[in-house]
Design a binder for this molecule. Structure first.
Ligand code: UDX
Length: 455
């Protein structure tokens, strides 16, 4: 790349789901703060959810996946992904051309690895390409080993030993390795993330080097990995930075009343429960959770998305009204940062896990699918700041097990040790994004390359 005469310009291409938009938008804000012009490319339906505060510093443009809001809802990955590839490739190239004609030429496409064709478009147009992985380096090692053929799916069934990782039991592996039939297309999506990645000029991972040093060092042998996490708004890492308090684009409407309610609770007394933006729990699992919450007698804040609400036990909402609050979506970062929160029952989506690590909140992991089981394994055995609840029949975690886990984390013999570890990771993740920290250095290195025109 030649030294640019204009302000360096990155086009950011996220996969259009909340758990992918959040970290990529946050990286965009960091890059914008460091003088990079940013265009955030999203689908039409995401556009209406953007927050004015962020769109003032970042331009937002649309690309197409070939669907309308109505047809997209019914599309499954095996048909959706190839259609998105085709329409996305065309519309992305057109967008880059439009920007060039409008005097805003793009220098680098930062593409979500769920959309590996973003790299092909960048290379065809002579631009730099930077991959962005929303999952941890450790999970990347599992998928990359499958991609390279070093790990064979039929072998999966016994313990797996991979470089840079602790021994992983079957239950610790990302779910789609064993569960391909239930979610067709998902396994291929995850493995295909590595298409062309060795040729990407940069490979961003939303993780923190100090959380997984060995895994990161091993991956670096094959690709230009740069850990840049945690990608959470600066206010949560430095209270003085009040201008950056939320992600800036929410596909769900947060219910802020819970913050007032939390204000009335004593420190470390509340259980926060959320399963992210996608999980569809079995009705039985919702019943077990409700029973467990009642049995603990503790205050709770439970996020039940509108699409899941009909699964709540009929009497529970009324019965529990004195004990807890159920909301359809909340400002999760504000909640986790509140000192009333004593523990987080989580599906261990990577964003939620990293957010809890960064805000020092011990976890009870109840993984649902994808990388979540592997994240839960690390929470319990590597970072030692929580436990993973053991599922019973049909994969459902029973209420007794849930009560045991909550007590273990909030008041058990090892609860202080876990909280101590949580505080340690909180400090460490903050250090990574502070000036001169591992993630800040990686971002700075990228920015310097963009400004200096060398890659
Ligand atoms: C998905 C996958 O399921 C996950 O396994 C993968 O690691 C990333 O993409 P999702 O299931 O939505 O994401 O979970 P998670 O990664 O935790 O992301 C959810 C995001 O929504 C978090 O940033 C969280 O702060 C936010 N959130 C969640 C809210 O803002 N409010 C809520 O009420 C719940």
């Amino acid at each position: 790349m030649e030294k640019t005469q204009h302000k360096p310009h990155c086009l950011i291409l996220p996969y259009p789901i909340q758990g992918h938009i959040n970290p990529m938008l946050q990286l965009s804000k960091r890059l914008a703060d460091k003088g990079i012009a940013i265009t955030f490319a999203v689908l039409e339906n995401v556009l209406s959810s953007t927050d004015d505060a962020f769109s003032a510093s970042i331009s937002v443009e649309t690309i197409s996946d070939g669907y309308t809001a109505a047809t997209r809802a019914a599309a499954l990955p095996p048909e959706y992904l190839p259609a998105f590839r085709k329409a996305g490739t065309e519309s992305l190239a057109q967008l880059i051309e439009r920007l060039r004609e409008g005097g805003r030429p793009v220098d680098c496409v930062v593409y979500d690895t769920f959309l590996p064709w973003g790299l092909a478009v960048a290379k065809r147009l002579g631009l730099l390409g930077a991959a962005f992985f929303t999952q941890s380096c450790s999970v990347n090692i599992v998928y990359y080993s499958l991609f390279k053929g070093w790990l064979k799916v039929p072998e999966v069934g016994k313990e797996v030993l991979l470089p840079g990782l602790p021994e992983l039991g079957v239950a610790d592996l990302p779910s789609f390795l064993l569960d391909r039939e239930t979610h067709p297309g998902s396994f291929e999506l995850l493995v295909d993330q590595f298409e062309g990645v060795e040729d990407s000029n940069f490979v961003f991972v939303n993780s923190v080097y100090e959380l997984e040093e060995e895994a990161t060092d091993w991956l670096k042998k094959f690709m230009s990995v740069k850990t840049i996490g945690p990608t959470i708004p600066s206010m949560y890492l430095d209270k003085r930075l009040q201008h950056d308090i939320n992600y800036g684009l929410s596909l769900f409407k947060p219910d802020d009343t819970c913050m007032k309610w939390l204000q009335q609770q004593s420190p470390r007394s509340v259980i926060y429960i959320s399963f992210g933006s996608m999980a569809k729990l079995q009705e039985q699992q919702m019943r077990e959770l409700a029973t467990a919450l009642k049995l603990t007698g503790k205050h709770f804040l439970w996020v039940v998305r509108s699409s899941e609400a009909s699964k709540l036990p009929r009497d529970f909402v009324g019965e529990a009204s004195g004990q807890g609050l159920i909301v359809s979506w909340c400002p999760q970062l504000e909640v986790l940062a509140h000192d009333a929160i004593g523990c987080f029952i989580t599906h261990c989506g990577w964003n939620s896990t990293l957010e809890a690590l960064s805000l020092g909140v011990p976890m009870v992991g109840v993984p649902w699918w994808s990388d979540q089981a592997t994240n839960a394994k690390f929470v319990m055995d590597v970072w030692k700041m929580g436990v993973r609840a053991r599922p019973g029949e049909g994969g459902v975690v029973g209420h007794e097990e849930l009560v045991r886990c909550v007590k273990h984390v909030m008041e058990g013999e090892r609860s202080e040790e876990m909280r101590g570890n949580a505080m340690k990771w909180k400090e460490l993740t903050k250090g990574a994004v502070d000036e001169g920290g591992s993630s800040d250095n990686n971002i700075q290195e990228f920015v310097s390359t963009m400004v200096g025109g060398e890659a």
